[in-house]
Design a protein around this ligand. Structure first.
Ligand SMILES: Nc1ncnc2c1ncn2[C@@H]1O[C@H](COP(=O)(O)OP(=O)(O)O[C@H]2O[C@H](CO)[C@@H](O)[C@H](O)[C@H]2O)[C@@H](O)[C@H]1O
Length: 472
């Protein structure tokens, strides 16, 4: 089958979070299982663009309301990533360094979607499936189904994957004119709660909707940032497929970013060497258990409770635990986390920013990874942590619930808690400190976790089954 993935992110070309990881991996594993997988994304000005060779695949012209634009599709010459990678260039809109965060993001992603649709419309053949990811690409199922201009594509099955329903891309009705012309009576398909809601439009128009864990699929019926009723109504076409992890990238035996390679048979020694290195780098006392947080410093990750939780643990445990935070996001959280540094030298440090290589070194060197997320559709960090023998400490929600058990349960290997509160986190840190002292149990948990299979092979087959079910 031929599957075209449309996305705003794809690792290592451009990544802001888990979406990039998934779109960098799923197509590769689809190719490995004999399918033709393509990824098309905006041509941001990132390192990957300048470090690789490209050929021009197509040049076209798109229309966004009264604005006409030229676009160019380039293709990476050697299929280095294990699938066909295409970038869309639109001067003035997509030629930026960052992925998101511009005042004209709405126009940027609408123009991108129009260019992608227009390009596919020029192909001699039709792909078997167009697979869209998150709201930035969720107009495509509507456009191919309902616009006059692209009517030829209306029988191509579309799949929309929701990586995070918190973000929906809401916009005012004045933007409706930017979309390719459609029957006005179909405008209701774009609407949810009196605004244009791209994610809702995608859920209504896509042939199939997936999300990234079973528990999140269920939770979305009660907590989906306003889309609960729509998801309940559309539940017949929704499915939950747990993400995998890309073991070519995330593997402590081969990871080029980490200091000392290791596997489950020498995990204690391997982790100790990596911990020594990270503790030196961040001036932390090496003998304490090291609890880390890696992620976007935003409300859905409960990053706002970190300063209080860390403060109370450090006071109550009086120097028996260390914390290290890597992340960026809401300025007041960044500020509070920076402030803490002065008070607990040797026990606490933070790196505000985004650093892919550092994240690998931290997964390898840490003893515990904290994820108190309020919302976590799947979560990849906890799976990376397990692969690196780092014990996950997670709130029981979404994909965290589907992938982590509690060490108190039969054959359990992680730490789970119920509330995104400083109290629950501090209590879990106490449990972590206790178990850290029990070397035998730590080794048993690490060895067990590292052997759990979170690879993509399993999930890829579930996507293929969905694609096949849509064939006519
Ligand atoms: N400052 C930093 N420096 C370096 N690396 C950093 C970083 N901050 C985050 N990362 C990395 O970004 C990724 C985060 O992935 P997650 O899946 O945990 O969350 P995210 O909310 O972005 O993804 C959404 O989509 C994914 C994919 O479907 C779902 O798993 C998830 O639940 C959903 O919220 C990991 O690779 C992590 O290491």
């Amino acid at each position: 089958m031929e599957i075209v993935h449309v996305s705003a992110e794809c690792y290592p070309v451009a990544k802001a979070g888990g979406l990039g990881d998934v779109v960098g991996a799923l197509p590769k594993y689809l190719s490995k299982s004999g399918h033709t997988a393509k990824v098309v994304m905006p041509m941001y000005r990132t390192k990957f663009l300048y470090q690789n060779e490209w050929t021009v695949d197509f040049k076209g012209r798109g229309q966004m309301g009264s604005f006409w634009f030229d676009y160019t599709i380039i293709r990476e010459k050697h299929d280095k990533l294990g699938f066909h990678l295409y970038l869309v260039d639109i001067n003035g809109l997509l030629d930026r360094e960052k992925i998101y965060g511009y005042g004209d993001d709405t126009e940027r992603f609408i123009a991108f979607q129009i260019a992608v649709t227009d390009w596919i419309n020029h192909w001699q053949h039709k792909p078997d499936v167009i697979h869209c990811h998150d709201y930035h690409t969720a107009f495509i199922p509507f456009i191919v189904k309902h616009s006059y201009q692209y009517n030829r594509l209306s029988d191509i099955p579309t799949v929309l994957t929701i990586h995070n329903a918190q973000y929906q891309g809401w916009m005012g009705w004045d933007k409706a004119a930017l979309l390719p012309v459609f029957d006005t009576w179909k405008a209701g398909l774009l609407e949810w709660n009196k605004t244009i809601n791209p994610l809702a439009a995608g859920i209504k128009a896509a042939w199939k909707v997936t999300t990234v864990s079973w528990s999140y699929l269920e939770e979305m019926r009660y907590h989906a940032n306003g889309l609960e009723k729509l998801l309940e109504y559309e539940k017949g076409k929704c499915a939950g497929i747990l993400n995998g992890i890309d073991t070519d990238v995330w593997n402590p035996e081969t990871d080029p970013f980490i200091h000392t390679h290791y596997n489950y048979s020498n995990v204690d020694a391997g982790k100790e060497a990596n911990k020594r290195q990270i503790c030196q780098e961040f001036e932390l006392e090496q003998h304490n258990p090291l609890v880390v947080f890696i992620g976007r410093l935003v409300g859905e990750k409960a990053a706002d409770i970190l300063p209080d939780a860390i403060l109370s643990s450090l006071y109550s445990l009086q120097g028996q635990v260390n914390f290290l935070v890597l992340g960026n996001g809401e300025p007041h959280v960044e500020w509070q986390l920076n402030q803490l540094k002065e008070h607990f030298p040797g026990n606490y440090n933070v790196f505000i920013g985004y650093d892919e290589a550092l994240s690998h070194r931290i997964y390898a060197g840490a003893d515990f990874l904290l994820m108190p997320s309020r919302v976590e559709p799947c979560g990849l960090n906890q799976m990376y942590a397990m692969k690196y023998g780092t014990v996950p400490m997670v709130r029981s929600t979404g994909g965290l619930k589907d992938t982590v058990t509690d060490m108190g349960d039969w054959q359990g290997w992680g730490i789970r808690f119920n509330h995104a509160s400083a109290g629950d986190v501090s209590y879990s840190v106490n449990r972590a400190v206790d178990v850290f002292a029990d070397k035998k149990q730590m080794t048993a948990m690490r060895t067990h976790m590292m052997q759990i299979d979170h690879s993509w092979e399993h999930s890829v087959q579930q996507y293929v089954d969905i694609y096949q079910s849509l064939k006519y």
